[in-house]
Design a binder for this molecule. Structure first.
Ligand SMILES: [Zn+2]
Length: 173
């Protein structure tokens, strides 16, 4: 796996592994031996690399959806209305922003931020993103309780998560 792993050093205390660019980036505190960290987390890294490979393969067959900004906003706002009623949660404001690390986020106060690049996604994934974020108003973290709420509407959420990951490479790769 050597060639797929990039090592960077930073002023941090503990080693960290980042995967979102589609390769493994090992972030180490100064003076830390990468071999040691790689060896210790070998199984985990190999599993993640396998996942990334799967996603990349899946991404090959995907095309970005043509949808203009206006259509995208209208779609998101109507989904927010529908799903907040369905979940019994209150959304404060909806923001559209270009984000480089995630498709969306939701603050404790009910402010929902949607990545503007999500307008290239098929509608079923936009639906999933909105529902997922609103479910965070019921449960902040990715606990079993959270996934139970999500799976009531999206029983196949693991494959949707993978699809989103695949599209991430399409948009950013
Ligand atoms: Zn989440």
């Amino acid at each position: 796996m050597g060639s797929e792993v990039e090592v960077r050093y930073r002023n941090i205390k503990y080693p960290r592994i980042e995967l979102r660019t589609g390769k493994v980036i090992l972030i180490l505190p100064h003076g830390k031996n990468p071999e040691e960290v790689l060896e210790r987390h070998k199984k985990w890294i190999e599993r993640k690399l396998g996942f990334i490979e799967e996603c990349k393969k899946e991404a090959e067959g995907k095309e970005p959806v043509e949808r203009n900004e206006e259509e995208f906003r209208t779609l998101v706002l109507s989904l927010v209305e529908e799903f907040s009623r369905e979940l019994g949660v209150k959304v404060n404001k909806v923001f559209f922003r270009r984000m480089s690390t995630r498709w969306a986020s939701c603050s404790r106060k009910g402010n929902l931020t949607i990545n503007r690049l999500a307008r290239f996604l098929p509608s079923h994934l936009i639906e999933y993103i909105v529902f997922h974020e609103l479910a965070h108003l019921i449960e902040r973290r990715h606990t079993d309780a959270f996934w139970r709420v999500v799976s009531r509407k999206f029983p196949s959420y693991p494959s949707l998560e993978r699809e989103l990951f695949a599209y991430w490479f399409k948009v950013w790769g």
